[in-house]
Design a protein around this ligand. Structure first.
Ligand SMILES: Cc1ncc(COP(=O)(O)O)c(C=O)c1O
Length: 463
């Protein structure tokens, strides 16, 4: 993994080996991905339009990337791979391409990331299922909602795994129920794709969205994979060059998908990086990836449970629940933003804190009352980010070790037993904490202006 041996500074100025436990937000780059990108770069030239040798290489590499991504998700020959920036863009694009009948609704859950909530609201009324106590209850709720003829479901839009608590959802079973009722199934696989195999055919998934930066390929590309019948007649989200077959001064003939939905010069490097990551993950083997993560997760959960002031947030308990490599928790008496700041400034451990772009779900998990939620909303509207409820999330993947988990737990133990070693101030604009005496210097990158230390804070939007 690139950056595996990174040394960073503590607020005191001392150097420490960095522990990255924020994979669920963005993973580091995988070395084979970077090697593939570097090997392509000398050949990089215009894509699709050039007749030169290098243009031919670039075009072939871009199209080969589609084939690799299709294979990665087990797509049908009738599916299209559309390269986009990320899962958010993929879901927005899909929601725009789908046509529902006026009476049809979208069925979804209260667990979703905002990126799998908000785009669907633009398409139709969305019916959300409450976070269920177990996966059987989820399936029963899905069935009940599908059976309700007063609001026929056109599409079931569901995450493959929660980015807040890591539970893997029973996608195959949901898809089976949806298809029995004539509904399509769209899976937000931003979290699932780097950790578990996806097989659109075997699992009955119609449409799937993935992000390169969450699967060890942070080069700005993601993909939507969906039946060409769904995408075929859609009005393009972006209008422009490359998406057309013919243009007159008062008319346009759109090209078939995928070109129709990829106007403008595509991100060839990002697409190739995504494809390289997809291939590398398959070569490592998901059985190894999942086994490694399950071992570490059991260790992390056990160590967190031994800390008296730490409470893990869980949706489903019990044996047989498959969870990705992440644990989200709250600390008695310590605000999540302060805990994350202490882990970074005093222990060189990087985690995420806040609400993880899943306000309805985190509100449910934290038991925030409707009245409190209303107050929070009003405070955020006024730009007050202090003391907003939330949690800390530690997430990991390939390359994470027991030592990394120990460093996190040692940091939390010190914090719970003695409080922060340094003095911190809260930034009223962002709700983040920073040490009063912060000696950290940020690295200098050639051709970039010197980075400001203020940039190290998480910035607005944590909630
Ligand atoms: C479950 C889930 N869906 C969607 C997204 C959005 O992904 P992106 O930011 O790559 O568009 C995320 C990002 O955290 C996520 O965890």
């Amino acid at each position: 993994m690139v950056g595996q041996d990174l040394e960073v500074q503590l607020a005191s100025g001392e150097a420490r080996r960095y522990v990255n436990l924020d994979f669920a937000a963005s993973t580091p780059a995988m070395q084979p991905v970077v090697d593939t990108v570097l090997s392509l770069l000398p050949w990089y030239a215009s894509v699709h339009r050039g007749t030169g040798y290098a243009s031919q290489v670039t075009t072939r590499a871009y199209e080969a990337a589609r084939v690799a991504v299709a294979a990665f998700v087990g797509a049908r020959s009738t599916d299209e791979v559309i390269f986009v920036r990320n899962t958010t863009e993929a879901i927005n694009l899909l929601a725009r391409c789908i046509t529902l009948r006026p009476e049809q609704v979208v069925l979804s859950t209260g667990l979703e990331h905002h990126s799998n909530m908000l785009p669907w609201r633009r398409l139709a009324k969305v019916v959300y299922l409450d976070p269920p106590p177990d996966s059987d209850a989820l399936l029963m709720a899905v069935k009940r909602a599908l059976d309700d003829r007063s609001r026929p479901v056109g599409i079931v839009a569901v995450t493959g795994a929660s980015n807040v608590t890591g539970e893997v959802l029973p996608i195959s079973e949901i898809a089976w129920l949806a298809h029995e009722h004539g509904a399509l199934v769209a899976v937000d696989a931003a979290q699932l794709a780097p950790h578990r195999p996806i097989d659109m055919v075997a699992m009955g998934i119609d449409c799937v969205a993935i992000s390169g930066h969450k699967m060890y390929a942070p080069f700005g590309a993601g993909a939507l994979i969906a039946p060409s019948a769904v995408l075929h007649d859609a009005e393009p989200m972006l209008a422009g060059g490359g998406a057309v077959t013919y243009v007159t001064l008062d008319d346009v003939q759109w090209a078939p998908a995928p070109d129709r939905l990829e106007a403008g010069s595509p991100n060839v490097i990002g697409a190739v990086a995504l494809a390289a990551a997809a291939t590398a993950l398959q070569e490592i083997g998901f059985e190894h990836i999942a086994a490694h993560e399950r071992r570490l997760l059991a260790y992390l959960d056990g160590r967190l449970d031994d800390l008296p002031h730490v409470t893990r947030l869980r949706l489903w308990n019990g044996a047989g629940v498959d969870r990705l490599g992440l644990s989200t928790f709250v600390l008695d008496g310590t605000h999540h933003a302060l805990a994350a700041a202490v882990l970074s400034a005093e222990h060189a451990v990087g985690v995420r804190h806040g609400c993880f772009c899943a306000h309805p779900y985190i509100t449910h998990l934290l038991g925030v009352s409707i009245a409190d939620a209303h107050t929070i909303r009003e405070r955020l509207r006024r730009g007050e980010h202090r003391d907003i409820p939330g949690a800390v999330r530690a997430s990991f993947g390939i390359g994470t070790t027991v030592e990394h988990i120990d460093r996190l737990v040692d940091g939390l133990t010190a914090l719970c037993e003695h409080g922060p070693r340094l003095q911190y101030v809260e930034d009223a604009d962002t709700g983040d904490y920073r040490p009063v005496d912060d000696r950290r210097m940020l690295p200098r990158f050639a051709l970039l202006p010197q980075l400001e230390l203020a940039g190290i804070s998480a910035g607005c939007g944590q909630f």
